[in-house]
Structures are given as structure tokens and as C-alpha cells.
Design a protein around this ligand. Sequence first.
Ligand code: 5RP
Length: 234
Amino acid sequence: MPVDAADDMKKRAAAAALAAVAPGMRLGLGTGSTAAHFVALLGERVREGLDILCVPTSERTRAQAEALAIPLATLDEAPELDLTVDGADEFDSSLRLVKGGGGALLREKIVAAASRRFIVVADATKRVETLGAFPLPVEIDAFGARATRGHVERAAAALGLSGEVRLRSRPDGHVFVTDGGHLVLDCAFGAIPAPEALADRLAAIPGVVEHGLFLGLATAVVVAGPGGVESLGR
Ligand code: 5RP
């Protein structure tokens, strides 16, 4: 699908999710190009007088929201959120997600877990039968990164999964560092038929800070495709 068409669908999904926002809400703001469309549209509503308080999931989103004069708080100041709207790299029919393509998975998961509702906005290319076409991001501590990578590879192998596990780098070749000061492994395991089992194993590895499997968190996915916008869940 051409990039422009995909971006138009991301914007339509973001616009549809705006209907879930009500005055007085405390909102989590996701990270990535689809979430950025949502933040831009929300900024217009704030300019028109919408009263909300938002918690951003990354420094990038914080900067965008600040520039739009969207009222912001930290999650410590607003620990219980009504709604979070965020993108995803993949979702399946059970609303299970792979996230972290933008490297914000740790804060995204913390914010999603603090929200009563978590709406994912996505274009139709993100829908998969089985998670894993997108390399799974795993955020790790820099200390002992090679040892942790070995643990990640062995945890996957125990479930019959293999594939390249790469330390993420930035376009300029420097190592990618998250807002929390951690590194990211991109794990090209291919299809992950048992995401819960992999999530459990990854979470048990000491150097793993968080992984990009978001299971049981999304309450809805608003997906825009060539035929229109569809909502899965609520
Ligand atoms: C960032 C994320 C993003 O939500 C995910 O990568 C999707 O990004 P985009 O909307 O740009 O396709 O998880 O950590």
C-alpha cells in the first residue's frame, strides 16, 4: 500500500477514536505516527475549549502535545486514566498486540495498564492472523546486554521459535536508547502461535525491562481500511 494511503487510513482511525473522548477525561497519549494524528486532532479540540488532562507515553509525544498546548500531567499526578489511545505494530482478532516499533513500549504499557479503556488506532495493514510478522521489540537493561540477548534467544527456542535477535540502532548507526535509558532487541521470530507463553518467559528474564507483547490490555481496536473504519471491541 502506498505510504500516503496508509497515512490517510491512520488519520481516519485517529479521527474515529476521537469520538471516545469526553470533557473532563484523563487521557493517555500514545507514541508513533498514528498516535501523532490523534494528538494533532485532540489539539484542535483543546483549542476549541475541550477540558482534558493528558499523560504522554514518550518525550516525543510530550513535545508534540506541549506545542499544541494540551494540558499535561505525569502518571504520578494522574495515576488513574479514563482512556488511552495509542497505535500498534500488529494486532490480531483477540486484540493482542505487538508494540514498540517506536521504542516507547515500556511507558506505553505502564500507561495502558493505568487506563480503564485502551483504544488502539491502526490502519488495516496492521491486522494479522498470528502475531510475529513484525519483529518483536524487547526492552533490556544495558548492563549485561549480551547475556540478556542469549536468555531471550533461549527462551524463544524453548517454544520452538528462532530468528535473528538484533540490537536496535538509530539511522545514524548509534545504538538506539529508549526514554528510560534502555536498549531494544528486535526479535524476528516469525509467527508467534503462543504469545502468552512467550510473554511469560520473557518477563522472567532479569535483564528484560519489558517486551512488546500487549496481551489483555486493549479494549478496542479502531482500524481504518480501504472500505472504511471498523471497531473491534469497545
Ligand atoms: C511505539 C509504538 C507505536 O504505536 C507503533 O510502532 C506503531 O507506530 P505507527 O503508528 O507509526 O505505525 O508502539 O513504541
